[in-house]
Ligand binder design. Structure first.
Ligand code: IVH
Length: 683
């Protein structure tokens, strides 16, 4: 890419902007629509930053179709109401094969004798409907469904959707194109958000549709942009009269696809109602593996002339039907509430339910998270409640059926004392969570912290499950994590279902777990608010445990992503004598992680390689990054040449990155580098 000089003409600037725009558009399309990424993420980010910088300097370049809009524009005060050019309809439902056959018969009766009746079969995405208008190929307006005639304008938010082009591809498109589609949150993103909420002791989201709807109705598009929403287009609204669209629904979808619009990849054609039913069964089987949530499938008569002849009844077309999966929501009664004590003393109310069968599983418990959630739901013991279970998501209480409430319903009382150790329960102002003040004297907290220590992402002690830990604690064989490393065969043999073989296996796994990484060990300690990521950052920053244990507040605060609360938890943890003793005992029992002196120099995995670090590393300390490479046998050089093995490109990498690209040298970003260092035991 050409560098701009002061003397550059408007034409040069325009040309550079256009080049950047086209590259980013192509990358977006390859990544989000074709699912065939070509550029490393770091390179994409670099292009986007160049575009943003150019547009900041020359605001006239910030056009409606610039990919810079994808990061979210200005916040709004309120949403405007806009009328749809063609009404947005809904669908009638069927729930069984017989009802589906009736749908087929109704169509045949209305159409009379026809030679063949084909359908397009589509997943019924569980998101929210959107209408998007392209004028002369440029995304102009996006409106929610609303009441089907009048919706809310959410154009700025829709522009942030990951897989939606701001400009159509090619040139052969109508002047006016109104498309309809479903906005949804990918399953992985939904799970990530819920995990994040759990870690922050916040309420988890009950279902992906709510998150998608909540994210789209944000006045600040930057928030929407962060949620990584997507859209699949499934039909047309108004199209310029002079433009001839194909005559079947399936071909129309292909036409949309050829303009770069995203179409659900699981769409298929069926030649009969029987074929539709086969499609339903096939999708039902792969439903939980799909990267998005669906609540059924939709069949649409393929031939547009037939669609026109069939028309509508009230607000739904006669030519389409939704075939819904069995409900994921059921109603049951709340029998009582138990209060569980977690690793950090957090008291979690858990609903005890009259067992109910929801989408293939019997549910008898559901978390109520905290007192705020109980208040929000206004739930009482004996209330009838709606339970929802979707995929692998933990069952949730969605709402209370107030109309079924009677005089047997009683308020839920939050305990004042820990149900396990009887210590006082404290509630910090502005925190949703209430905690047992018993600390590690509370046996529930002891057991939970050992479970965390042994878990897969921590010390990964195979065969040491939650139940066994509970049993070991019950028998007073362990009180803290370091006791695990003093277990012997004899007392274990006396436990339930522990024969010689299981005992040997368990002792083997405990022994194996001694060889770990610093990041995993820090994570395993279970310091409040120190999850896997923070533990990794601490390991990168301090490189050894003593340095972390002795760090003061300022040093901790200097680490990116470590705020005052986390820093305080780390300090408090290591200040406690009890914790210092346990750490010392753990190390004394032989827990270790790789350091340079332990590895035979000839066997170092990067021996003989030359690496270059360039740009700003956001999480890693550059000196530590260098040391890690050197620990692995690599030489770290300041310049790129044909002998360079790999370049690690941080933010705003410049000429070294360009040179590496010219010479076709492997470039990785910070995330990939961190991953590699983890694989090679440095983190
Ligand atoms: S077609 C006239 N196709 O389901 C046809 N709708 O219950 C209108 N939906 O509001 C809709 N996936 O939000 C259609 N492949 C699909 C769909 C789909 C999800 C939603 C849509 C609509 C609702 C109707």
């Amino acid at each position: 890419m050409k560098k701009l000089k002061v003397t550059d003409t408007d034409q040069d600037i325009n040309e550079q902007w256009l080049q950047l725009k086209e590259q980013i558009e192509l990358h977006n399309y390859r990544y989000y629509v074709l699912d065939e990424p070509e550029l490393p993420d770091a390179e994409y980010d670099r292009l986007m930053r160049q575009l943003l910088a150019l547009e900041a300097k020359y605001p006239q370049l910030k056009t409606a179709d610039s990919p810079s809009q994808k990061v979210g524009g200005e916040a709004l005060e309120q949403f405007n109401k806009i009328a749809h050019l063609a009404p947005m309809l809904s669908l009638d439902n069927v729930f069984s094969e017989n009802e589906l056959k009736d749908f087929g018969k109704r169509i045949e009766q209305r159409l009379g004798k026809i030679s063949e009746l084909c359908f397009t079969c589509e997943p019924k995405l569980d998101g929210l409907a959107i209408s998007i208008i392209y004028l002369n190929g440029v995304l102009n307006t996006a409106v929610t469904r609303g009441d089907g005639h009048l919706g809310e304008e959410v154009t700025q938010n829709v522009k942030t959707l990951r897989n939606l082009p701001l400009k159509l591809q090619g040139t052969d498109y109508p002047e006016l194109l109104e498309i309809r589609g479903e906005i949804f949150i990918p399953r992985s993103e939904f799970e990530r958000l819920n995990e994040e909420a759990l870690q922050n002791n916040q309420k988890t989201y009950a279902n992906p549709r709510n998150v998608a709807a909540g994210s789209l109705r944000q006045l600040d598009p930057k928030i929407t942009a962060k949620r990584k929403l997507k859209v699949y287009c499934y039909s047309l609204g108004k199209v310029s009269d002079d433009f001839v669209m194909p005559k079947t629904h399936y071909q129309r979808l292909q036409q949309l696809k050829s303009w770069g619009l995203p179409i659900c990849p699981e769409i298929e054609q069926a030649q009969s109602i029987q074929g539709c039913y086969q499609y339903f069964n096939k999708i039902a089987e792969i439903r939980n593996q799909l990267p998005y949530e669906i609540d059924g499938v939709v069949y649409k008569v393929d031939n547009i002339d037939f669609q026109d002849r069939l028309g509508f009844v009230s607000r739904a077309p006669r030519w389409a039907i939704a075939h819904k999966f069995p409900a994921q929501e059921e109603i049951t009664q709340l029998l009582g509430v138990d209060f569980q004590v977690g690793r950090t003393g957090a008291i979690t109310p858990v609903a005890r339910l009259e067992p109910v069968f929801v989408s293939g599983v019997t549910v008898s418990n559901a978390t109520l998270h905290n007192m705020d959630e109980i208040n929000r739901l206004r739930i009482k013991i004996n209330d009838w409640v709606i339970i929802r279970r979707a995929g692998d998501v933990i069952p949730q209480i969605v709402s209370v059926v107030i109309s079924k409430r009677d005089e047997t319903c009683i308020d839920i009382e939050f305990p004042t004392h820990c149900p396990v150790c009887n210590a006082l329960i404290e509630r910090v102002e502005n925190e949703a969570v209430a905690r047992c003040s018993g600390g590690l004297f509370c046996s529930a907290q002891q057991v939970e912290s050992i479970k965390h220590f042994a878990s897969r992402k921590a010390m990964n002690i195979d065969g040491l499950g939650d139940k066994l830990i509970e049993q070991l604690a019950q028998e007073k064989l362990i009180q803290n994590a370091s006791d695990l490393y003093h277990l012997t065969a004899e007392p274990l043999l006396g436990l339930d279902r522990m024969a010689q073989k299981s005992v040997n296996n368990l002792l083997d796994s405990i022994e194996k777990s001694k060889s770990t990484t610093l990041a995993k060990f820090i994570y395993a300690l279970g310091i409040r608010e120190v999850g896997e990521t923070t533990a990794g950052l601490l390991a990168i920053h301090f490189a050894n445990l003593e340095a972390l244990m002795q760090a003061d507040l300022d040093t901790l605060l200097s680490i990116q992503d470590v705020g005052p609360i986390v820093a305080k938890h780390i300090l408090t943890f290591f200040q406690q004598q009890h914790n210092q003793e346990i750490v010392a005992q753990l190390i004394a029992s032989g827990i270790h992680w790789p350091t340079m002196s332990m590895i035979d120099p000839d066997l170092l995995p990067l021996k003989g390689q030359t690496w270059v670090l360039t740009g700003t590393l956001e999480h890693l300390n550059r000196q530590n990054a260098k040391e890690m490479l050197e620990n692995l046998g690599a030489k770290v050089s300041g310049s790129v040449s044909s002998k360079t093995h790999c370049v690690v490109a941080g933010v705003a990498a410049g000429s070294k990155l360009a040179k590496a690209q010219d010479l076709d040298i492997r470039v990785i970003d910070e995330e990939q580098f961190t991953q590699k260092m983890q694989e090679l035991g440095q983190l």
